[in-house]
Design a binder for this molecule. Structure first.
Ligand SMILES: [Zn+2]
Length: 493
């Protein structure tokens, strides 16, 4: 039996503001769309956190046996500098500044994005469509919206008529805004006089003669509005209504609100059953921003090449750090927080190694099946990774008691404990065993074992000066030897 039949997930739906039981449209299948990056600069760590949250969610669905179609797009056109309808296209601007073809910019930063995600051990999405690859679909949606009376043309640009839409639908329901309040709080700007109302947003923009990224349309040469690509790509691959749409909290308004409006205007029904929003990453208590310098690139963490860091951290340690906060909470990055995560991560890896070596017994003191269900309960409760990790450390404590022979475990329980730990640590949280460190600790173990052997030889030869010297000097380094019936063991404090 598939695990999802027994494990019932509740997810916090931003649309209802409540935790709801997840009921996929087709049993055993999940369709999930996540807004991908605009590829005009190196991916920053805050974005990595958002994508990592959805990678974890994708991994958990797969772990439960769901067939998941996970679509995460690449925005390679149409995203304007001010995130609304003014200013230059972000990619075109970068291309102008660096004297590149826009598609060279796209290529460069798409590669960077994939490289960084691979280092963090992301699973690739099922489909990774691009905005420029779906111009025809976007034009079709615009035609549909125009036909239904929710859009209008001004000078070769098409705008969505928010006021008209709001007569029959509810604009602002995702972000909890009311159109009347929005109108009261905005002043008409001269530059926006192509629009009937400042709340209206572009579906299609007329391309000025110097604009390189342009496509022919029934309204002349132009390019699609940013919000439209996600409506086109999500509904094309997942259907007119699909299960889950995710993205960063900052996309809730206007981007996702506009997606809902476009889909409802063209299809007549709501596009998404569950909206999920991941929270942001701050650094040393402050918002991360390139302009203030309070910013770090993922690559700088891997090399330690940033003044806030005392050393380099592996991608798995950073991933473990990110997973220690719930995806809807703000997470603060600092050198101390990374150091603490590194310690915790190695404790977890050591415990796994220790468990493999534990000799099973006739009886168990540890109720593994209760603990295992508690791990699932944590994940079923809106993907609560911090609680899951606390459960992992409960198991670490028990493993250390087994190692000290204070508690015992049966062979079957040992197997369940090991497979559950591995399933959550590697498959769901997406951590990797850090090979070089594991092999370093293997080397250390080898050296200590050698010294234990030399000490035994010395004792056999009644050379107690040498044997005491080995024990005392190891102890001074924090390595304690313990003599027992089965020989000498050691622990590192
Ligand atoms: Zn989007």
């Amino acid at each position: 039996m598939q695990l999802y039949k027994k494990q019932h997930i509740k997810i916090y739906n931003s649309l209802s503001g409540k935790k709801e039981r997840l009921k996929p449209i087709n049993e055993g299948h999940i369709g999930m769309y996540v807004c991908g990056p605009t590829v005009y600069s190196n991916v920053h760590l805050g974005n990595c956190r958002t994508f990592m949250s959805f990678d974890m969610i994708f991994r958990y669905f797969k772990h439960l046996g769901y067939k998941v179609r996970y679509v995460r797009n690449i925005t390679d056109a149409g995203h304007l500098v001010d995130d609304a309808d003014d200013g230059e296209d972000k990619i075109a601007k970068k291309a102008r500044l660096e004297q590149l073809e826009p598609m060279e910019v796209v290529q460069r930063y798409t590669i960077d994005f994939h490289n960084i995600l691979q280092k963090f051990n992301f699973l690739p999405p099922s489909i990774e469509p691009t905005a420029t690859g779906h111009i025809i679909e976007q034009i079709e949606i615009i035609k549909d919206i125009l036909k239904k009376g929710f859009g209008y043309e001004t000078n070769g640009s098409i705008y969505f008529d928010v006021a008209k839409f709001n007569e029959t639908n509810e604009y602002g329901k995702l972000s909890g805004r009311k159109l009347e309040d929005m109108i009261a709080n905005t002043r008409e700007l001269a530059a926006q006089n192509e629009k009937k109302n400042p709340q209206d947003f572009a579906l299609w923009k007329r391309a000025e003669p110097e604009h390189i990224m342009r496509w022919p349309s029934p309204w002349g040469d132009g390019f699609p509005g940013w919000h439209l690509e996600c409506t086109a790509m999500s509904t094309k691959y997942l259907g007119e209504t699909f299960d889950i749409h995710g993205g960063g909290m900052d996309l809730k308004f206007p981007h996702h609100e506009c997606e809902i409006a476009q889909a409802e205007a063209s299809n007549g029904h709501s596009p998404v059953n569950y909206w999920l929003h991941a929270n942001m990453l701050t650094m040393n208590g402050k918002k991360m921003a390139k302009s203030t310098g309070n910013n770090i690139l993922p690559g700088e963490i891997f090399t330690g090449d940033n003044e806030i860091l005392s050393k380099a951290f592996s991608p798995s340690v950073v991933r473990f750090f990110m997973m220690q906060a719930h995806y809807t909470s703000i997470l603060d990055l600092s050198n101390d927080a990374l150091l603490a995560s590194e310690k915790g991560y190695y404790r977890l890896m050591e415990a796994l190694k220790t468990l493999k070596k534990i000799e099973p017994n006739e009886t168990s003191n540890f109720d593994v099946s209760v603990w295992r269900q508690e791990c699932y309960d944590a994940m079923n409760d809106d993907f609560n990774t911090p609680i899951l990790i606390a459960k992992m450390f409960d198991a670490v404590k028990r493993i250390n008691l087994l190692k000290e022979n204070i508690e015992t475990i049966t062979s079957a329980d040992k197997e369940t404990l090991l497979s559950t730990l591995k399933g959550f640590i590697f498959d769901v949280l997406g951590l990797e065993e850090k090979i070089e460190n594991v092999s370093n600790s293997d080397k250390l173990s080898g050296v200590v074992e050698l010294l234990i052997q030399l000490r035994k030889d010395a004792r056999d030869n009644r050379d107690f000066d040498t044997s005491d010297k080995i024990r005392d000097q190891l102890s001074a380094m924090g390595i304690q030897l313990k003599d027992g019936k089965e020989g000498t063991t050691f622990s590192i404090s």
